[in-house]
Design a binder for this molecule. Structure first.
Ligand SMILES: [Zn+2]
Ligand SMILES: [Zn+2]
Length: 146
């Protein structure tokens, strides 16, 4: 299976700059850590990982940086099983979630989308909801938990 491409740290940092956010060493470390992490970490995960390198960094700095990246569309907040995780892959894609250990795997969406036009039409007419993208969550056990 082809892996879903993630943003590179450089493209994220460039976008941060264009959004008018200064490149502080802490912010750059947060971006690097997130961009190279396909596990969809929570803000707390990132904070704990980076605290060793930046003892003065606050949780708010991590959270605010993630919030800024979310606002400019570079990462997506993802609520899976109660925890708010951050996804460095802003393109639509499906997720496979392990019910035992919580591992989240990105799955590329086959193109064209498997949702038939008639399903979309039903959603639009019955729920008055305009469909833009489609994302599914598959639940089960990951390779380590089987
Ligand atoms: Zn697992
Ligand atoms: Zn994802």
């Amino acid at each position: 299976m082809v892996a879903v491409p993630h943003l590179t740290p450089d493209s994220m940092l460039e976008a941060l700059k264009q959004a008018g956010l200064k490149r502080t060493p802490q912010r750059m470390a947060i971006v690097r850590e997130l961009a190279t992490d396909a596990s969809h970490p929570t803000a707390q995960d990132l904070f704990e990982r980076l605290r060793g390198a930046f003892p003065t960094m606050s949780f708010a700095t991590v959270y605010n940086t993630l919030d800024a990246l979310t606002k400019i569309g570079l990462v997506r907040p993802l609520r899976l099983g109660g925890a708010l995780r951050f996804d460095p892959n802003a393109k639509p894609h499906h997720h496979a979630v392990c019910d035992r250990c919580g591992t989240v795997i990105d799955l590329p969406i086959p193109s064209p989308s498997p949702t038939s036009p008639s399903v979309r039409k039903t959603i639009e007419e019955t729920f008055h909801f305009e469909v833009h993208t489609e994302e599914r969550t598959y639940r089960g056990l990951c390779g380590r938990c089987i």
